[in-house]
Design a protein around this ligand. Structure first.
Ligand code: CA
Length: 229
């Protein structure tokens, strides 16, 4: 069952859409301001978000911008109250996938949701296949990792961290991004936990097999790039 988050401050619209989506078999949560919407999206990890543009606390544009900045790729359908082209353009520029102008027919929203979910599933399949670099390989679908014929035993968190870094190969990722996307919540405290898990990964992979995969990028964070040490 797909999870859908609707962020809409007009409670009547949020309620109506929630009921319709639940009727279609989706699991739904609603938030009524941008801040709560952003937090809920990070914590609950919905499969799709319906995001109103004009919201208290944080605007829809800002919510969208922050999610994309954190490499969160949840499909987003923006709702705009007015037929304002510049708002739509800005929303799409900030990484929204689609938009609808209010008032809208619920059937059209449902159709757009189906299209977005389907497209995203294809995208995810393309990024969640087996990754291979040199003799190192991981299989996200089964959470297995190996070096040549030897299997590498990783905890789920270690695996998620490696997979996330690898997915963004050759890109420096900040500790905050790693916390948000691997640990799955907005972590405000100590980022040392990332360093601890990076150390575990290096012991199990880089040190053990004499390769270099996880690079420290000073003052930023970490980057995946396969090198023979
Ligand atoms: Ca609104």
């Amino acid at each position: 069952m797909s999870k859908i988050l609707i962020v809409e401050d007009e409670v009547k619209i949020a309620r109506f859409v929630t009921l319709e989506l639940e009727h279609e078999g989706y699991e739904v949560k609603a938030a009524h301001d941008g801040r709560t919407g952003l937090d809920t999206c990070i914590e609950w990890q919905p499969d799709l978000m319906i995001l109103d543009l004009m919201l208290p606390e944080l605007s829809g544009i800002e919510v969208c911008r922050r999610l994309r900045q954190q490499h969160n790729d949840v499909p987003i359908i923006m709702l705009t109250a007015k037929d304002d082209v510049s708002d739509k353009v800005m929303g799409l520029d900030m990484g929204a996938d689609d938009y609808m102008t209010k008032p809208f027919a619920i059937e059209e929203l449902l159709a757009r949701i189906r299209v977005s979910l389907k497209k995203h599933r294809v995208d995810v399949q393309q990024t969640s296949g087996t990754r291979t670099a040199g003799k190192l390989h991981i299989e996200p679908a089964s959470y297995s990792a190996g070096f040549g014929d030897e299997s590498i035993s990783l905890t789920k968190k270690e695996f998620d961290l490696l997979n996330y870094l690898w997915q963004h190969e050759n890109t420096a990722i900040t500790r905050d991004d790693l916390l948000t996307n691997v640990w799955g919540y907005e972590f405000t405290g100590d980022t040392n936990i990332v360093d601890v898990y990076i150390r575990y990964l290096r012991q199990k992979i880089d040190d053990k097999y004499g390769i270099k995969t996880i690079h420290t990028i000073r003052a930023v964070g970490y980057m995946f790039r396969y090198e023979n040490a």
